[in-house]
Design a protein around this ligand. Structure first.
Ligand SMILES: [Zn+2]
Ligand SMILES: [Zn+2]
Length: 125
């Protein structure tokens, strides 16, 4: 398999992975190239033709993937950026809680009340 093929596989959004988690994950692994490349990739595969995303990011003056989670309302919690930074440093971002396929909203990982029990997963205390 070529490197490009591997990259393709690696950067494919996971089943039910939300835009906020996807962009965070790819930023942690590959960084930002000052464009919206990960947002565009997610949208092409998960929500093609959703023009509302373009309007949303224009309204928030988002020029690159770094601003995507915040524009989605995903980083509303003041501790979110620090938590994400720590996660990036220690390896993997937290796993995505999942959204309906085609939904452009961030999942419950992003400071919204979880809509299902099982939030204790990942806290060993
Ligand atoms: Zn950036
Ligand atoms: Zn998510």
């Amino acid at each position: 398999m070529t490197n490009a093929g591997l990259l393709d596989l690696w950067t494919e959004p996971q089943e039910r992975e939300c835009l906020g988690c996807y962009v965070s994950r790819l930023l942690a692994d590959f960084g930002c190239d000052s464009t919206l490349r990960w947002m565009r990739r997610w949208r092409a595969m998960r929500a093609p033709g959703v023009a509302a995303l373009d309007r949303l990011f224009r309204r928030h003056d988002v020029k690159c993937d770094c601003g995507v989670p915040a524009a989605l309302g995903a980083a509303a919690r003041s501790d979110a950026p620090a938590a994400l930074g720590a996660a990036a440093c220690s390896g993997a971002p937290p796993p995505c809680a999942g959204v309906r396929r085609g939904s452009t909203r961030p999942c419950s990982m992003w400071g919204r009340p979880p809509d299902a029990p099982g939030g204790a997963r990942g806290s060993p205390t």
